[in-house]
Write a protein that binds this ligand. Structure first.
Ligand SMILES: NC(=O)c1ccc[n+]([C@@H]2O[C@H](COP(=O)([O-])OP(=O)(O)OC[C@H]3O[C@@H](n4cnc5c(N)ncnc54)[C@H](O)[C@@H]3O)[C@@H](O)[C@H]2O)c1
Length: 341
């Protein structure tokens, strides 16, 4: 639905038209989108113009100009991670609802500044974590929250990815502490950190090894192994790397005293239930679009989106704790939410 006369349709702008920004543009222009895309902006105005022309929408000359428009209600922000706070705070202060790319920011401190702007603006903010919207992951959530696996005793998450040296060399911000905020865990693994915390709850304490093993000219890790004890008492092993050549699946295993389930890249490869539960049919969905739908519903009906800024902040706190443990060789407790949250 992209007829700007559509009654009640939310009017979107997109800030940052790089790799993922263009994917948001495609979703917003798809027939299944409940939104209307109005304009794009980028620090590189030429890029904004090109992508706008390709898609038949307007280009604003600057981010400030786009945020000043009163025909835009909502912005998608898809700029390098360490710039999320600057752009998001300006957008919230300009009265826009915000759908922000992951991670919320690259430090807990910057994440909290975003959350303060969210609170003072009264606007809706959600952070990309599209894997939650896969039918299989929704099933995992139902199993856990309804106690169908019994007492959850342990979980393992493996994110064995490959990113070439050319990938890291392709953008000056990639692989830097300031703008990427980390490597295999902060950039790629954060999706699974969010999923793990959503499924398993808060982490009490963790211990981690981090290393840069197979890339050059980057500041951050390409391999992480963490173990954690959750508040529930369950234990988690989390492994993420961008140095695993060979298209391996992302694997999530949940083990309880009444059942266990394993997924590989969102496909259930093992399910065993003491009580004889059977697997449902899983519908294939466009998970980015599903998250857009959740966000639009949250804005239109004034409720919290599925992925809140508190959730996204918890993922960054987990990752900061992993990095601190990797640096110091000591166990770390992820930063608590401040009382004002
Ligand atoms: N959800 C996902 O699966 C997913 C996938 C890839 C990237 N991301 C996230 O999206 C963000 C962007 O990643 P990318 O791979 O698209 O990067 P990219 O480098 O391809 O694109 C970033 C764009 O932002 C623009 N930009 C830089 N600074 C800006 C500013 N201050 N104001 C406006 N525009 C600015 C750049 O010119 C560029 O066009 C990152 O936070 C990344 O973690 C999420």
């Amino acid at each position: 639905m992209n007829d700007s006369s559509t009654a009640g349709s939310l009017r979107f702008g997109v800030i940052g038209v790089g790799i993922i920004g263009r994917q948001h543009v495609a979703r917003l222009l798809s027939d299944a989108s409940p939104a209307t895309l109005i304009a794009l902006a980028d620090a590189n105005p030429e890029a904004a113009r090109t992508v706008a022309e390709e898609n038949g929408v307007e280009a604003s000359a600057s981010v400030e100009e786009l945020l000043g428009r009163d025909d835009i209600d909502v912005v998608v922000i898809a700029v390098p991670s360490g710039l999320h706070a600057d752009v998001t705070i300006d957008a919230l202060d300009a009265g826009k609802h915000v759908f922000l790319e992951k991670p919320i920011e690259v430090t807990v401190e910057a994440s909290d500044r975003i959350r303060e702007a969210e609170q003072r603006s009264g606007k809706i903010l959600s952070i990309a974590s599209q894997r939650r919207f896969a039918a299989e992951n929704q099933f995992l959530k139902t199993l856990v929250s309804e106690g169908k696996l019994g007492r959850l005793t342990s979980a393992t998450v493996e994110v064995p990815l490959w990113r070439s040296q050319e990938y890291y060399d392709s953008g000056a911000w990639r692989g830097t502490w300031k703008l990427d905020g980390g490597g295999a865990l902060m950039n790629q693994g954060v999706h699974l950190v969010d999923l793990a915390l959503w499924l398993l709850g808060d982490v009490e304490e963790l211990f981690a090894f981090t290393g840069l093993l197979a890339h050059e000219r980057i500041e951050v890790e390409d391999t992480v192994t963490a173990t954690a004890r959750l508040r529930s008492g369950a234990q988690l092993t989390f492994q993420a790397t961008t140095a695993a050549y060979g298209k391996l699946p992302i694997r999530v295993s949940l083990m309880g005293d009444a059942g266990s389930i394993v997924t590989e890249s969102e496909r259930v490869i093992h399910f065993h239930s003491r009580d004889g539960l059977e697997l449902p049919e899983f519908e294939a969905v466009d998970i980015m679009l599903e998250q857009h739908l959740d966000f639009v519903d949250a804005v239109q009906n004034e409720h919290a989106p599925l992925v809140t800024s508190a959730d996204a902040r918890a993922a960054v706190a987990f990752i900061e704790a992993v990095y601190e443990s990797g640096r110091t060789g000591k166990p770390v407790r992820p930063a608590e939410l401040p009382v004002r949250a």
